[in-house]
Ligand binder design. Structure first.
Ligand code: ATP
Ligand code: MG
Length: 408
């Protein structure tokens, strides 16, 4: 079977000293998981990773897989050929038209490393020879050895390796190298971005969405599913737990103090998320809150919701401006879906004048007086689970097999 080759550069993993093999193993596993249907091989050589995959696999598939895998800082399609200058010449002529060189604009350089000192030409000779070929192909390109726009790398080892400037990877650490958390995923802009940031630090995440059908529509649920599928590649696959919470919302609206309804709902969300987290052996809850963005995101309100769970509550966006969050949402491709108009929370559940500076002990007492346990238990018993694989596709079978979750 003919294979194509990708060179993969790893970033911060290299700082991890004694743990490096573990991080690397995780990264290799994560790459293989994404592409498993194509039977890839991920090999390590001289501190680098190489992906080998069936030649017929579409390049855009490999690119999607690698550009969303945390732990990768860059990657490039690479070629391995016999140590023969004629073969090298024709390879370069063949691949450059499909690289950034083909723009014909800007500057370039050839960077040659000769580890096999017995090879007849020196690094300098090889670079000059190839530079001549490139010049003839793209007369508009100039040579710049310091700040080249396009770089052709040639490494002479047992064989000759050739690759052009790499594409950027997302950096960070491989998912599943830093514990497991539950993301509260709404249909908004913020929570998918929060997921991106925590996954970037290696956290494995599943998502929870509180659905109040028919007050929140079927379209709102579809939007959340779409968001889960869009972030799934970054998360290395994810489950979406849909919690039917209409009765819980109605009870809160009927029995809670009006200005505290949002707070009480958030408290119930924490308790529910905690129950699911225990089943999944997760030890943190992640939200998309940012300080002072809305009434329920004041220090007092957040400190109250924290006090409703023993789990660590992480808010990776807490110090970010909306503009910064939007920028990331656009970059990771969730923005266009997040701004679709289906509201995740119906106006009837939002108080006109929400309390902004609750006293934690008082709000806590009010919450306990509501006796939400039964509603939560019922909601949890009726959860539906969707599974999105590491390429972002929903897998029906896995969802059924994994079933709901079981509580004593
Ligand atoms: P987002 O843009 O993420 O929706 P937001 O600015 O609209 O956030 P809120 O609606 O107050 O702010 O929600 C704050 C956080 O609470 C969200 O980022 C999300 O983590 C969580 N959350 C809100 N509503 C839901 C829901 N229906 N299901 C699950 N999580 C939710
Ligand atoms: Mg929202």
């Amino acid at each position: 079977m003919a294979e194509k080759l990708y060179l993969i550069k790893v970033g911060e993993i290299s700082l991890k000293g004694g743990n490096r093999p573990l991080f690397e193993k995780r990264l290799r596993g994560n790459i293989k998981d994404k592409l498993h249907q194509y039977h890839p091989r991920v090999e390590k050589q001289k501190g680098r990773l190489y992906l080998k995959i069936d030649e017929t696999v579409d390049e855009s598939i490999v690119e999607k897989a690698l550009s969303t895998t945390f732990g990768i800082t860059g990657f490039a399609r690479a070629y391995e050929i016999e140590k023969d200058m004629d073969v090298l010449d024709s390879l370069v002529r063949e691949i450059l038209p499909f690289s950034s060189f083909a723009s014909g604009k800007g500057s370039f350089k050839v960077e040659t490393r000769r580890e096999d000192k017995s090879f007849s030409l020196s690094s300098y000779d090889i670079s000059c020879h190839l530079a001549d070929i490139i010049h003839a192909m793209y007369p508009g390109l100039t040579v710049d050895l310091k700040n080249a726009d396009h770089i052709l790398y040639v490494e002479v080892r047992k064989k000759i390796f050739v690759y052009t400037s790499d594409q950027k990877g997302p950096g960070g650490l491989p998912v599943q190298s830093a514990g497991r958390g539950m993301l509260l995923l709404s249909g908004g802009i913020d929570s998918p971005v929060a997921a991106f940031h925590m996954a970037k630090r290696g956290m494995k995440l599943d998502c929870i969405y509180f659905h109040a059908y028919p007050y929140t529509s079927e379209l709102a649920l579809e939007k959340v599913k779409k968001l889960a599928s869009l972030i799934a590649p970054y998360l290395g696959g994810t489950r979406l737990y849909v919690v039917p919470f209409t009765d819980g919302q109605l009870k809160i609206r009927k029995e809670a103090f009006e200005d505290e309804t949002t707070l009480m709902f958030r408290a119930a969300m924490m308790r529910t998320a905690e129950a699911i987290a225990k089943e999944r052996n997760a030890n943190a809850i992640v939200t998309g809150e940012a300080l002072s963005q809305v009434a329920s995101q004041t220090l007092e309100a957040m400190s109250f919701t924290d006090s409703m769970t023993d789990l660590l509550v992480l808010r990776p966006l807490v110090g970010m401006d909306k503009e910064e969050i939007i920028e990331t949402a656009k970059r990771i491709g969730t923005y266009e879906t997040s701004i679709l108009p289906y509201e995740d929370c119906c106006v009837i559940f939002s108080p006109k004048h929400p309390i902004t500076h609750p006293v934690r002990q008082v709000a806590k007492r009010h919450y306990e007086n509501l006796n939400m346990e039964q509603e939560i238990e019922k909601a949890v018993g009726n959860i539906s689970v969707h599974y999105f694989n590491p390429m972002g596709e929903e897998e029906e079978k896995a969802a059924v097999e994994n079933g709901g979750i079981h509580f004593e």
